[in-house]
Design a protein around this ligand. Structure first.
Ligand SMILES: *Cc1c(COP(=O)(O)O)cnc(C)c1O
Length: 392
């Protein structure tokens, strides 16, 4: 292993859903703010601070630009986990909350589900809605779950495991009609599909840099300016970010996220068209192996995600037999435990098929050649494992 983390025979990276590399153009923009520039963006009395503040505000506008928000509606955080915490706890814990009932979905990321369960232990009422076999939430199911004391609905835009895109427009319309706030975890959506908060009825949106070619450790929460209920801050200190999130801003990180989101805005259309082709190519290749099930809706999914189950094969043996491919069984956050994926179980998959799922996520630097090589590796491994099993 070299200092850059590369081995002689580097596996094919098929795990962009876990994190992406930092685009070299983003690194370039960050460097001056690590080496040389060092001012505190909150230092209002001198040029060191002014320069840093200017860079942070430019980056804030770039982040806002990707999602059709006003820069004043962007609150910097350390990532989507923190943004989700601020959104859910911030609404439910505020003294003027409409009530103490939270509604979310069984297939959410743990950074929503764990927060929701913590709030439940603090005395909040919690409804966790089931999804259909395609991974989508039926808006009518949501309508039925709303109560007069519902303060917040939290639904992810793009699922991190199966890549399905929830019908947030319809969901938001129902929330509006009933006077309930809507939070959307969009960690997996930025740069993968167009988001326009000028027309999308969403009140809070979590964003992160490191799934969209920015650095790890920086993210944002979009907070609609006309929020009827203010948020309770979770981090108290110097009153940064309009009192919503104290702490000195990491200028280099903010600049990196801003540049990453500006690149996404400029290149998303062409990039997604290319990824859609790679996705179809990968899926055709994998399905030709036979005994394969695609997890999640076939069309309503982001262009870089393929999640499949192989009949008769566990995901762990499959990954172990695939040293040439860096992929993920379930999601990265779950792969430390041998629990079957909570997302696949929510689709009604048997534990056995849920265990056997493989998530392949492609990205900006994935080539056609890598897709073809991945299919070849998979074909060989699946054939070997299936032969081994029938021989027992
Ligand atoms: C990655 C991810 C998160 C966590 O984001 P961090 O920035 O790593 O904290 C939250 N939600 C979803 C859907 C994700 O994919």
């Amino acid at each position: 292993m070299t200092a850059a983390g590369k081995t002689a025979a580097e596996p094919i990276y098929m795990d962009y859903g876990a994190t992406t590399l930092v685009d070299p153009r983003v690194v370039e923009c960050m460097l001056p703010w690590l080496a040389g520039q060092f001012g505190n963006p909150a230092s209002g009395g001198h040029a060191f601070g002014w320069r840093a503040q200017e860079a942070v505000e430019r980056a804030r506008a770039q982040v806002a630009g990707l999602v059709g928000a006003d820069p004043a509606e962007i609150v910097w955080t350390s990532g989507a986990t923190e943004s989700n915490n601020l959104a859910l706890k911030g609404v439910l814990q505020h003294p003027q909350a409409r009530g103490r009932h939270l509604v979310t979905v069984a297939t959410e990321h743990k950074a929503v589900l764990d927060v929701a369960q913590w709030l439940q232990r603090q005395g909040c009422a919690l409804s966790v809605l089931e999804v259909g076999p395609d991974g989508l939430l039926d808006p009518d199911r949501l309508r039925e779950a709303l109560r007069p004391e519902t303060a917040l609905v939290s639904v992810m835009l793009v699922n991190n495991e199966i890549g399905v895109v929830q019908e947030v427009e319809a969901i938001g319309a129902i929330c509006r009609e009933r006077g309930v706030l809507l939070h959307v975890d969009a960690a997996q959506a930025s740069g993968k599909l167009a988001i326009d908060l000028r027309r999308l009825p969403v009140d809070l949106m979590s964003l992160t840099a490191h799934k969209t070619y920015g650095p790890k450790g920086v993210g944002a929460l979009y907070v609609r300016r006309k929020l009827r209920v203010p948020l309770e801050a979770q981090m108290h200190g110097g009153g940064h970010e309009r009192g919503l999130r104290s702490g000195t801003l990491p200028t280099h990180q903010c600049v990196g996220m801003g540049e990453a989101f500006a690149l996404a805005a400029a290149e998303m259309e062409a990039e997604c068209a290319r990824l859609r082709m790679l996705q179809q190519r990968l899926l055709r290749g994998i399905e030709s192996i036979g005994g394969v099930q695609l997890n999640g809706h076939r069309e309503r999914r982001v262009p870089h995600n393929v999640n499949v189950s192989f009949e008769g094969i566990g995901a762990e043996p499959l990954l172990e037999s695939l040293p040439g491919v860096a992929a993920s069984s379930g999601s990265a956050c779950n792969s430390a435990s041998l629990e079957p994926s909570h997302v696949l179980r929510a689709l009604g998959r048997s534990d056995e098929l849920a265990h056997a799922s493989l998530r392949l996520t492609m990205g900006r630097f994935t080539t056609e050649h890598e897709v073809d090589a991945t299919v070849k590796y998979l074909q060989a491994s699946v054939a070997r494992l299936r032969a081994g099993q029938s021989g027992n």
